[in-house]
Design a protein around this ligand. Structure first.
Ligand code: HEC
Length: 135
């Protein structure tokens, strides 16, 4: 009887937490491979370019990811539009980062639109996540 409750609790846990970050990255990789058969894995080097390259963003101003999150992911950032402080993105100083897949997806979608005026592709999202997680 007790065993059955443990199984139920584990199942509930899976539903509550949803996809893990590794599962999300795995899914992005599958999608990237579908979009480009020669896809050979994500690259932190390409992610760095995506993070630092400047584009005329949604508001007609030249920006990059670093405009709000700074060039050093271990530092506090600031939302250049609202002036609000942003906690560091680097999991080495902010362990909560990249643990909540829903939050990661929501902000990737929004922030890609801010900078690139479109959603990121699976490849781009995977590359930039790899870069951010390792910095
Ligand atoms: C206009 C300012 C701004 C720009 C530009 C920006 N971000 Fe953000 N980003 C934010 C804010 C605000 C949050 C949410 C607040 C927070 O999580 O501290 C956030 C959160 C995130 C998160 C959530 C991380 C987590 O696990 O908590 C990711 C991932 C992210 N940004 C990636 C990017 C990438 C990649 C780019 C460039 C394509 C980018 N951001 C550009 C403002 C910005």
């Amino acid at each position: 009887m007790k065993g059955r409750w443990i199984v139920l609790a584990l199942m509930a846990g899976t539903f509550a937490f949803g996809e893990t970050m590794d599962e999300y990255l795995q899914r992005l990789a599958t999608q990237a491979k579908k979009e480009n058969p020669s896809f050979g894995g994500f690259s932190a080097e390409k992610g760095k370019e995506i993070y630092f390259s400047k584009h005329i963003g949604k508001r007609g101003k030249e920006i990059s990811c670093a405009s709000c999150h700074t060039g050093n992911l271990r530092q506090m950032g600031e939302n250049i539009f609202t002036g609000k402080k942003i906690k560091p993105l680097s999991p080495s100083v902010n362990p909560k980062r990249f643990t909540n897949v829903k939050k990661v997806k929501k902000w990737l979608r929004r922030n890609f639109k801010d900078v690139y005026k479109r959603e990121g592709t699976a490849q781009e999202k995977g590359d930039v996540l790899l870069f951010m997680r390792s910095n």
